[in-house]
Write a protein that binds this ligand. Structure first.
Ligand SMILES: C[S@@+](CC[C@H](N)C(=O)[O-])C[C@H]1O[C@@H](n2cnc3c(N)ncnc32)[C@H](O)[C@@H]1O
Length: 281
């Protein structure tokens, strides 16, 4: 396990994932019913962009949230508001130093009756995660293998909820594991909202995954979105994607607004695309 998210915190892939996740959780929290939020591959939960050695050496945030926040802060489209208001709360003096990982985002949107279950296998990352989550009494930190945790956590209580699957993609076969997870989720938690993240790299796997999604998703409403910054090069991340099972009402429009705004801010070409794999109608 070499992956450390600190190198990548706040990069373009984090921005689209976290901005969409914030909208999704805001919509879920708008309904007066408790929920469980599960993060199977949680990371450290919080990153210091100016002090964390990895964030500084990686520097990826400068081409991600470091561009988006100054560019949009004064006149942000509505769909950025949940994400930006969290960034503002974490950075009240206006300097972008603190960046939230998905567990902190989950905790920030959770209400008193909600549960937040965050799982991280890496010992040091989990130690930081435990400190990050300490102020949130409804959050619990686990140390399972992320893929196994999905079976262990599902179906949650409260049953209404959100599951984030955001693996490091440092081993072969992770697209196959995402597919298998969708199959398990359909069997035991068909009504749950699931967000799966994946990288766009030249190493392959994504086109087969996308083609198979329609069979794997079956009759579960499924939205797919991708932000492609530039055509694939020999190496490296050229974009990222999200697959969302059972997206809450209105998220389709939020995601489109976020994606098309990021396309402009990042001068992404070919840019943003979004489609229903299985439409809710
Ligand atoms: C992409 S990062 C998570 C980022 C986080 N979800 C966010 O958005 O802020 C993936 C995390 O999974 C952890 N990890 C790697 N293999 C794992 C496994 N088999 N089970 C659980 N966690 C694992 C890594 O240590 C890393 O912190």
């Amino acid at each position: 396990m070499n992956y450390r998210h600190g190198f990548h915190a706040g990069n373009h892939a984090d921005v689209i994932k976290h901005a969409v996740l914030c909208c999704l959780l805001a919509r879920m929290a708008a309904k007066d019913k408790p929920m469980t939020i599960i993060d199977a591959f949680a990371g450290a939960g919080r990153y210091h962009l100016a002090l964390d050695d990895r964030a500084m050496r990686g520097g990826e945030w400068q081409g991600g949230v470091g561009r988006v926040w100054p560019d949009l802060q004064d006149d942000a489209p509505a769909a950025f508001k949940p994400y930006f208001s969290l960034l503002t709360r974490l950075n009240p003096n206006g300097l972008l130093h603190h960046y939230p990982g998905s567990p902190l985002i989950a905790a920030a949107f959770a209400r008193a009756d909600d549960k937040v279950l965050v799982n991280e296998l890496h010992r040091e990352e989990r130690a930081t995660l435990t400190r990050t989550m300490a102020p949130f009494p409804h959050a619990r930190v686990y140390d399972m293998d992320g893929w196994q945790s999905i079976r262990a956590f599902l179906p949650p209580m409260p049953r209404r909820g959100v599951l984030l699957i955001d693996p490091p993609f440092e081993e072969a076969g992770e697209f196959a594991r995402l597919r298998e997870s969708i199959r398990v989720i359909r069997q035991i938690w068909k009504t749950g909202v699931t967000v799966l993240w994946y990288p766009l790299t030249p190493y392959g796997g994504v086109s087969a995954f996308s083609q198979e999604l329609i069979q794997v998703a079956g009759d579960v409403p499924t939205l797919q979105l991708e932000l492609i910054l530039h055509p694939p090069e020999e190496r490296g991340l050229y974009g990222s994607g999200l697959v969302i099972l059972n997206p809450p009402y209105g998220l389709e429009e939020d995601a489109r607004e976020i994606g098309s705004t990021l396309e402009a801010v990042f001068h992404a070409d070919p840019g943003y695309r979004q489609r229903w794999i299985v439409s809710p109608d």
